[in-house]
Ligand binder design. Structure first.
Ligand code: BF8
Length: 635
């Protein structure tokens, strides 16, 4: 039975056989130990906001139907959900703050370790933000862009943040404003959809969900939308744009994916997490001749950096660093016995990694004081001392090489070639300078639609099954797939990101890909790079004189796990993109919240959620949405 199969990836299955044989505990084992999982939590009806509780609503409709304070299921579910959205938005946005601060430091001449790798992108961002650059030096432009970015985090007026104003199509902004006016006229409320500042919206969520404040599910969800928009069009957009400025806008390149990239002859450093500021330097340091020579002195052929999750997506897109795997591969990589150091920054790092690395010679190194793990080696990364810290980390990894136990080394052979690096700029370059040919192909049906498959692995779902299955089915149906995050890694591991994969696509898509030298599944980066999908969809909509809500596009997070994934889904839906989820978020305990998100939102904003966990029905549901939109915009 599929639900008993832990992964569709043969490399994962090989390592899970090792785990079973040697007794290494994995995320799948712990999921089993947690069964049966709490139904109140699953349906969102558990409330821990005050100490009169914890309370829970009986999901079967019997008593208790209210918490001690009187809150009903609608209030409790909506509050819980928007707190998840706020957490997701906060993590993406706090990530985005760091390149903005670094850019300001560079502009002020306070950081010589980093520089502006892509002046062209800097000027493009400045132009987009409406910054007059005439007569300014490059560093002065950088300073202006950094200031505008940082102002989006902390300003205190009620105007929408500048990034949203300048990146979101005007017609979509007008839709939000119309909706605000309509709701105000009919209810007397003054709802706000457009984010006032990136830091303010999660604070507003925490404020209004605190004991005895906002109890109206619609009001709560509107603030959830505003907070998610602050992420997509704010924090994540800033992260993407400024990282391109600092480290280079991605260009198409060859790369390799899966555990077979681990090379037993080398000191293997596994970078893991999300933020590229440190890993960029770590890679430069590792690959420099000095560290390679030190590794050779220790008996290795050299140092190799590979990566996991979104940190690797960042350095894969820009530097072609090999991908060892996605979220559920992190424990499996350690079990190969050939990783000298796991070097982590923030987010999506399993705390189980500390104990697991102790079964091997592997050093588990934390580098951010925001992500501390008891038992880890902590080497604090600091932008001011990036070179020194990088060297210390690499030397720590090299020193571990002599402790490696060859008897414990077991590396699966699986490794796939992939073409990666397709941000909107690179995609435009392939299309001859801008997205016009793609817009035409969408309009004339050469391409049936575009689906962004994004998000995590989840041990409740056979690893990669839906990511890979959906990508394969959709290209067969003539749908261009764009991927980010762990989904993109799943597809790369499955060998579906090569140019030759066009042969598996429907004729129109196949010919389009061949003509423009593109794979039919495009790797668009990390999870903050879901902002690239917003830019892509907005550009196409404007070219076709449509609102995004009329475009044949869908977002899908079929194996979602984290709060961040729900935030992405919410800003997609609020931006006019229907969103498929492979399993239910914790909202089923409120029919009102479920109705708002799966039905009402469609009329209000054009995007909405739908849930389908089986591959073929999910494919059919996605195609139905695309075809329905096509039929409408062609009529
Ligand atoms: O931010 S897809 S498991 S790694 S949350 Fe995490 Fe999910 Fe992977 Fe990237 Ni995104």
């Amino acid at each position: 039975k599929l639900e008993d199969v832990r992964s569709v990836d043969p490399a994962a299955l090989a390592m899970l056989a090792v785990a079973d044989r040697e007794g290494y505990e994995t995320v799948w084992d712990r999921l089993k130990q947690q069964q049966p999982q709490c139904r109140m939590g699953q349906t969102g009806v558990c409330c821990r906001i005050c100490s009169m509780g914890p309370c829970r609503i009986n999901p079967s409709g019997k008593k208790p139907d209210r918490g001690v304070c009187g809150a009903d299921a609608d209030t409790i579910v909506a509050r819980n959900l928007i707190r998840m959205i706020a957490a997701g938005a906060s993590s993406h946005s706090d990530h985005g703050r760091k390149p903005a601060i670094l850019l300001r430091e560079i502009a002020a001449g306070h950081n010589a370790d980093y520089g502006i790798k892509d002046p062209e992108k800097l000027l493009a961002v400045a132009a987009r933000l409406g910054i007059a650059v005439e007569g300014l030096s490059l560093l002065e432009v950088a300073g202006e862009v950094a200031e505008v970015s940082l102002e989006c985090f902390g300003k205190q007026d009620g105007e929408p943040i500048r990034f949203l104003q300048r990146y979101m199509p005007a017609r979509r902004q007008e839709r939000f404003q119309r909706l605000e006016t309509e709701i105000a006229a009919s209810t007397g409320r003054r709802p706000g959809f457009l984010p006032r500042s990136i830091d303010r919206e999660p604070v507003d969520v925490l404020h209004r969900t605190t004991f005895g404040t906002d109890h109206d599910p619609l009001s709560l969800l509107i603030q959830g939308v505003r907070c998610a928009l602050a992420d997509g069009w704010g924090g994540s957009m800033i992260a993407t744009e400024l990282q391109d400025v600092l480290f280079g806008t991605p260009r198409a390149k060859a790369a390799q994916a899966n555990l077979g990239v681990i090379d037993a002859d080398y000191v293997n450093i596994l970078v893991h997490g999300h933020e590229p500021i440190f890993s960029e330097k770590l890679i430069d340091c590792s690959l420099g001749e000095e560290m390679q020579a030190v590794a050779r002195e220790h008996g290795a052929k050299g140092v190799k950096v590979i990566g996991m999750c979104c940190t690797v997506n960042e350095v894969l897109m820009r530097k072609g660093v090999a991908v060892a795997g996605n979220h559920l591969h992190q424990e499996l990589a350690v079990m190969t016995g050939a990783i000298e150091a796991v070097v982590v920054d923030v987010q999506c790092i399993l705390p189980s990694m500390v104990n697991l690395t102790r079964c091997f010679h592997t050093r588990f190194i934390t580098t951010s004081d925001q992500a501390m793990f008891p038992g880890a080696i902590h080497i604090q990364y600091d932008e001011q001392n990036a070179r020194r810290v990088s060297e210390e980390v690499v030397r720590t990894a090299i020193a571990a090489f002599s402790d490696r136990n060859p008897a414990k080394v077991s590396i699966p052979q699986e490794v796939m070639e992939a073409r990666v690096g397709y941000g909107v700029e690179e995609l435009s370059r392939h299309l001859g300078g801008d997205l016009h040919p793609l817009a035409v192909a969408l309009a004339d049906g050469t391409i049936r639609g575009i689906v962004g498959i994004v998000g995590c692995n989840n041990p409740k779902i056979t690893q990669d099954y839906l990511h890979v299955g959906l990508a394969r089915e959709l290209i067969r149906e003539g749908v261009l797939v764009v991927g980010t995050g762990c989904s993109a890694i799943a597809v790369a591991k499955a060998g579906l990101m090569g140019l030759e994969v066009a042969d598996q696509a429907a004729a129109g898509l196949r010919d389009f890909c061949r003509r423009h030298n593109l794979p039919p599944v495009l790797h668009m980066g990390s999870c903050v790079d879901c902002s690239r999908l917003l830019v892509l969809f907005s550009d196409l909509a404007e070219r076709l004189d449509l609102d995004v809500s009329e475009l044949p596009v869908v977002g899908s997070a079929p194996e979602w796990t984290t709060e961040k994934a729900l935030t992405i889904g919410t800003y997609f839906a609020a931006s006019g993109v229907p969103v498929h989820l492979g399993h239910m978020p914790p909202i089923a305990g409120s029919s009102t919240v479920t109705r708002i998100l799966t039905e009402d939102l469609r009329g209000l904003l054009g995007g909405y959620f739908f849930v389908e966990g089986e591959l073929l029905p999910a494919t059919a549901a996605i195609l139905a949405v695309l075809d329905e939109r096509r039929a409408r915009f062609l009529s």
